[in-house]
Design a binder for this molecule. Structure first.
Ligand code: NAD
Length: 297
């Protein structure tokens, strides 16, 4: 029987587990606070930000909502980041990407105080992750690591194939799987758009993590019997629904399920974990900044 890995349930466990840490911080006089900064009028970005704020409020994290006109000069965003960096009540800063083209997104990542960088994208935090001394693990790969642990998937000695090499998913995922720690010690292959014969690589894998953004590109024929399949993709494809589209992953779920030992659905797999780990990082940020031990690794 193929195990369907339930991201909603594990995300709920993560949120529940943060309760004690938030109480400990409250006893020390701190309410963890996340500032979200939106410089876009893209409806998808607006939705993502409002979901993140709702998630915060649900667990007792204060959400501060900062909106900047997408036509404003880049300095308005940079000044806002500077102010949030300097504000002792703000523990985490999240600038919703993408920012408008006239804003240098690398400068945005560099500008955020690394101690408040709850996305884990500041070069200092990227460096720490690579060096095996992570401060804030990027939310999606961190969430996947938790899903694998919860499903008792052994990573040590496993052949793991990560499909995708983005800075937010593929690269940090590969790095986490490589670390000499629990949830690591895998033999990792990173595949990407120039990889030749992807199927030959995925077929050898004990764990396949699909993060290419290509609808249903990995099917059952590309998998080893019993493999664990983590589908990161969220792709809109035309469909005969009220909205005119549906969301599908990078994995052809029905055919993959026939072969896989365990698999994440889309939706309800990786997505909820990404959201939960942002809360985790925000609580961790508050704990680091106030030097209050709340027991989060
Ligand atoms: P990206 O576009 O930045 O990177 C995609 C990567 O896939 C690239 O490195 C590219 O080389 C590789 N790729 C593209 N086509 C390929 C192919 N045919 N074969 C092999 N590799 C190929 O995307 P991203 O930001 O890493 O996101 C990937 C997917 O995951 C998207 O669908 C995105 O919406 C989704 N996503 C989901 C979550 C979540 O929480 N579930 C979080 C982040 C991203």
């Amino acid at each position: 029987m193929t195990e369907i890995i339930d991201g909603n349930a594990v995300a709920q466990e993560v949120r529940d587990g943060l309760g004690d840490a938030i109480d400990t911080l409250a006893d020390a006089g701190t309410t963890p606070t996340l500032a979200t900064v939106l410089m876009s009028d893209d409806p998808a970005s607006e939705t993502y930000v409002s979901m993140k704020q709702d998630d915060c409020e649900e667990v007792g994290i204060e959400a501060r909502d900062v909106e900047i006109d997408p036509d404003a000069p880049a300095d308005e965003l940079f000044d806002t980041i500077d102010e949030l960096n300097a504000d002792p009540e703000v523990n985490g800063i999240l600038v919703q990407m993408p920012v408008p083209e006239h804003v240098d997104d690398r400068e945005v990542l560099r500008r955020i105080d690394p101690l408040k960088d709850v996305d884990g994208f500041h070069p200092e935090n990227v460096g720490r992750l690579v060096a095996g001394n992570a401060r804030y693990k990027p939310c999606t790969p961190h969430g996947i690591q938790k899903l694998l642990a919860d499903a008792s998937v052994e990573t040590e000695g496993a052949d793991a194939v990560v499909v995708g090499r983005s800075d937010i998913v593929g690269k940090p995922m590969a790095n986490l799987l490589l670390q000499k720690t629990e949830g690591g010690n895998a033999t990792v292959t990173v595949c990407h758009s120039r990889t030749e014969d992807l199927a030959a690589r995925t077929r050898r894998a004990d764990i396949v993590i699909a993060a290419a953004g290509v609808p249903e590109m990995i099917d059952g024929d590309m998998l080893a019997e019993g493999a664990t399949v983590i589908d990161v993709g969220i792709n809109r494809v035309d469909a005969d629904t009220d909205k005119g589209y549906e969301l599908v992953g990078d994995v052809a779920y029905e055919s993959a399920k026939e072969v896989a030992g365990a698999i994440t659905p889309v939706p309800g797999g990786v997505g909820p974990m990404t959201r939960a780990m942002l809360l985790w990082n925000t609580v961790k940020a508050a704990s680091l900044q106030t030097e209050t031990d709340v027991g989060l690794p």
